[in-house]
Design a protein around this ligand. Structure first.
Ligand SMILES: Cc1cc2nc3c(=O)[nH]c(=O)nc-3n(C[C@H](O)[C@H](O)[C@H](O)COP(=O)(O)OP(=O)(O)OC[C@H]3O[C@@H](n4cnc5c(N)ncnc54)[C@H](O)[C@@H]3O)c2cc1C
Length: 392
C-alpha cells in the first residue's frame, strides 16, 4: 500500500503536522509511524508543561514566529477540546543587581515579539505576586500558562484518526529509501511525501548520503517535586534570568496543571538519546556524540558550566542551592525526586547549540531537525508551516 504522506514520530510536532495536513487536504491517505506503543512518549510527555509566551526568542526567528502563533492556536485548541489550562503568568526573577539589565532586555524582546502587559517590578511588587520569591527586581509575563501536553497529544491523535489518519505504533523506521521508508522488520512502506518528526533521532533519518552540518546531542533535564505541604511556596511560574549563551532557561519552579510544583530541569549530557537516568548508557549514541567535532568545541568552551551542571545533578544539596536563589525558604527536605526529560538539541560542527528551530525541505520530504523548547507551545504553528511547505 502506498501512502500520500508518512510522518515519522507521534510526538506533538508529528501529530500537529498530521493534523494540519489533513485539515488543509481532507481525504489524503496519511500514516503516522511511531516506534512506541502510543503518542507523546518522549519529549512531549516529559516536559515542563508550560505554554510559553514567546518572550525569549530573537524577533523574526522561526522560534519567535511559531511560538507566538502556536500559542494562539493552542489556546483555541484547548478551549475547543475542553482541555484544562491556566494562564497563571510567569515571574522572571533577578536575584542580584547584575541580572537586572537582563530583565530590561527581555522586556524589549518580548515587546518586539508583540507581547502586551509586560511589567518590570520592584522587589516589593514582585512579592505581591509571589510572596516567597527573593527578587531584587522581576519581570511579569502575564501570557505564560500551564497545560498537560500529554493530554494534548492524545487529543491530537483522536482528531487525526477522525480525519482518516492511520497510526502505525510499535513500528521503528530504520532508514529512508527511494519512495518510502524501511521499518525494523525490513518492510518498505511506500509514500509520496514524508515528514521526519523523529525528535531525538531526527538526524539519523536524514536522507542517505546527506552530510548534515549538525548532530542531535541529548541533554537530560531532571526534576524534583515539592512535597505537597510546601507547594504553597509557589503560585505560578518562577524563572531565573536565562544565560543568553545557552538555549536552556535555567532551573525554575513550575506549577503543574494538576496542582503539583516541579523544580528543574537542569541540563546534563544524556549518555543515551533516551537516557532518562545516568545508568542508561547507549554505546552507539555516546560514541556518536563524542566523535562529533562540535561536541569537543562545546566542551572546550563551556566545560566549567557542564561540570557544575553535572555536580548539581549528582548532589541534591547543590540542586537545592540553585532553587534557594529563587525561594530561600526551600530546604532539601522539601524536595522529592521527580521525572526527567531528554531534549533533542542540535549542535553544529563549530560547537554552537542551534538556537532556532531547524526545518528543512529536501525533495518530497520535510525534516524537523531542531525543535526543542518551546516546541510544544509552537507545535500547531510548526504543523501549519510544514503542511504548507510539503506541498509547495
Ligand atoms: C525537559 C523538557 C522540558 C520542556 N519544557 C517545555 C515546555 O514547558 N513548553 C514547551 O513548549 N516545550 C517544552 N519542551 C520542548 C518540547 O517538549 C519539545 O519541543 C516537543 O515535545 C518536541 O516534540 P517532537 O514531536 O519534535 O519530539 P518528541 O516528543 O520527542 O517525539 C518524537 C517521536 O518520534 C519517535 N521516533 C523517533 N525515532 C523514530 C523512528 N526511528 N521510528 C519511529 N518513531 C521514531 C519517538 O518515539 C517520539 O515519539 C521541553 C522539553 C524537555 C525535554
Amino acid at each position: 500500500m502506498k501512502y500520500d504522506v508518512i510522518i515519522i514520530g507521534a510526538g506533538i510536532v508529528g501529530l500537529a503536522t498530521a493534523h494540519a495536513i489533513l485539515e488543509a487536504r481532507p481525504g489524503l491517505h496519511l500514516a503516522v509511524v511511531e516506534k512506541e506503543p502510543g503518542p507523546g512518549r518522549h519529549q512531549t510527555g516529559h516536559n515542563s508543561g508550560v505554554l510559553h509566551s514567546g518572550i525569549y526568542y530573537r524577533p523574526g526567528s522561526r522560534k519567535a514566529l511559531t511560538c507566538r502563533r502556536g500559542y494562539t492556536l493552542m489556546l483555541r485548541f484547548l478551549e475547543q477540546e475542553g482541555i484544562d489550562f491556566d494562564i497563571c503568568g510567569k515571574l522572571i526573577v533577578a536575584t542580584d543587581n547584575a541580572e537586572v539589565a537582563g530583565l530590561g532586555l527581555l522586556r524589549d524582546r518580548g515587546q518586539a515579539n508583540g507581547l502586551d502587559g509586560l511589567r518590570l517590578l520592584s522587589a516589593g511588587e514582585s512579592r505581591e505576586i509571589e510572596p516567597h520569591v527573593a527578587a531584587c527586581a522581576a519581570l511579569w509575563v502575564p501570557q505564560a500558562g500551564i497545560v498537560d501536553y500529554g493530554r494534548v497529544a492524545a487529543t491530537l491523535q483522536n482528531r487525526v484518526e477522525q480525519r482518516g489518519g492511520i497510526f502505525l505504533f510499535n513500528t521503528r523506521i530504520l532508514s529512508l529509501v527511494n519512495g518510502g521508508v524501511r521499518t525494523d522488520t525490513g518492510e518498505v512502506v511506500e509514500c509520496t511525501r514524508l515528514v521526519n518528526c523523529a525528535g531525538l533521532y531526527s538526524d539519523r533519518l536524514a536522507p542517505a548520503g546527506k552530510n548534515l552540518d549538525h548532530r542531535i546531542v541529548p541533554f537530560r533535564g531532571e526534576f524534583y517535586q515539592l512535597k505537597s505541604d510546601r507547594q504553597n511556596l509557589v503560585k505560578g511560574l518562577v524563572y531565573p534570568v536565562p544565560d543568553p549563551r545557552f538555549p536552556f532557561l535555567g532551573v525554575h519552579l513550575t506549577r503543574r496543571i494538576d496542582g503539583s510544583v516541579e523544580a528543574g530541569p537542569n541540563a546534563v549530557l544524556a549518555l543515551s538519546r533516551e537516557g532518562y537516568r545516568w545508568a542508561q548508557v547507549n554505546p552507539r549514541d555516546l560514541a556518536e556524540t563524542l566523535a562529533w567535532p562540535g561536541f569537543h568545541r562545546l566542551v572546550r568552551r563551556y566545560w566549567r558550566t557542564g561540570y557544575d551542571e553535572m555536580r548539581r545533578s549528582l548532589s541534591k544539596r547543590r540542586f537545592t542551592q540553585a532553587l534557594q536563589r529563587l525561594v530561600p525558604e526551600l530546604d532539601s527536605a522539601d524536595l522529592v525526586p521527580g521525572g526527567a526529560g531528554v531534549r533533542a538539541q542540535a549542535l553544529d560542527r563549530a560547537g554552537n547549540l542551534l538556537d532556532d528551530f531547524l526545518i528543512e525541505k529536501d525533495g518530497n520530504a520535510v525534516h524537523v531537525y531542531n525543535a526543542p523548547s518551546p516546541g510544544a507551545t509552537a507545535s500547531l504553528a510548526i504543523g501549519e508551516f510544514i503542511a504548507d511547505r510539503i506541498y509547495s
